[in-house]
Design a protein around this ligand. Structure first.
Ligand code: ZN
Length: 284
């Protein structure tokens, strides 16, 4: 997610309830598995991840959670209300999706979806499996250029490539096991595994970790450069976000502070600028 969540506590409680419904030993769960979801790329993201829930389960949950969002938005008349804006977001997303194979070869075949929600909120997300939503408030209130919008989309796509939601749900599930013990979770009332709820929790109320945010910045920057969008635009985007963010208490956010974030992006520019140059010269 792009913004820090303001409802973290509520989100954690909700997540606990969802997890309490998990059926231990279900096909949906995997034994603790250490994986690296992506190739390191030029930016060199190498961290391995611990997963307790299968990709398939998360994928099914995301499909359901995203469909529910589309139904809600359509009913409210807030889905893709501006055709030109939707087409722009779609064009930029297409270019980014085309270069995802650098990080994982399966991603171009994902069931990608791109939609715009009419909302004043400064937000965007990409649910697992490539289900993108950009909020119109972000584009309009921050007056984003195409390259800045590409930064946003590439950052969210990077979260999906790294399967950060699956990792976040796995972590919460592991904590729950420790808290209440497997006996409770495996008890009588454990038929429905509501992964869709958990995916929604991670998307709307639980922040990603600092580490995950940094990875999304790094991979996103490379995606944007390879797709032919000026990587320096990432700096402007985060400066705009910082200015718009005034008033959000820092303790609520696990995001890297905006200053650190911008410094980290600046340090990576020499690695991704040659990729941008060659993307530009190949389209000329
Ligand atoms: Zn993020």
């Amino acid at each position: 997610m792009l913004q820090c969540a303001l409802h973290i506590v509520r989100g954690v409680e909700h997540m606990r309830r969802s997890i309490a419904a998990v059926l231990v030993g279900s096909m949906l769960l995997v034994a603790c598995q250490t994986v690296r979801t992506t190739e390191p790329g030029a930016v060199g993201v190498e961290r391995t991840q611990r997963m307790l829930i299968s990709s398939e389960a998360i994928e099914k949950g995301a499909e359901k959670a995203y469909a529910a969002e589309l139904v809600r938005a359509r009913a409210a008349g807030t889905l893709n209300a501006d055709a030109a804006q939707t087409a722009l977001v779609q064009r930029i997303a297409d270019r980014i999706v085309r270069v995802t194979s650098v990080f994982r070869t399966d991603a171009t075949a994902w069931p990608w979806q791109v939609n715009v929600l009419r909302s004043r909120e400064l937000n965007a997300y990409c649910m697992p499996g490539g289900r993108i939503m950009v909020y119109s408030g972000l584009i309009e209130r921050l007056e984003l250029t195409d390259a800045e919008l590409a930064t946003v989309i590439a950052h969210e796509v990077a979260h999906a490539l790294r399967e950060h939601t699956r990792e976040r749900v796995s972590r919460a599930y592991g904590q729950q096991l420790i808290l209440v013990g497997a006996a409770v979770i495996g008890g009588a009332n454990s038929q429905a595994l509501d992964i869709a709820n958990m995916v929604a929790d991670v998307t709307f109320t639980l922040p990603f970790s600092r580490n995950q945010e940094s990875e999304a910045d790094e991979i996103g920057l490379e995606l944007q450069a390879r797709a032919g969008f000026e990587p320096r635009a990432a700096i402007v985007l985060w400066q705009k976000m910082r200015r718009a963010d005034v008033g959000v208490p820092a303790f609520l956010s696990t995001h890297p502070s905006r200053k650190t974030r911008i410094k980290d992006i600046e340090a990576l520019l020499p690695r991704v600028e040659p990729l941008y140059d060659s993307a530009r010269s190949s389209t000329r």
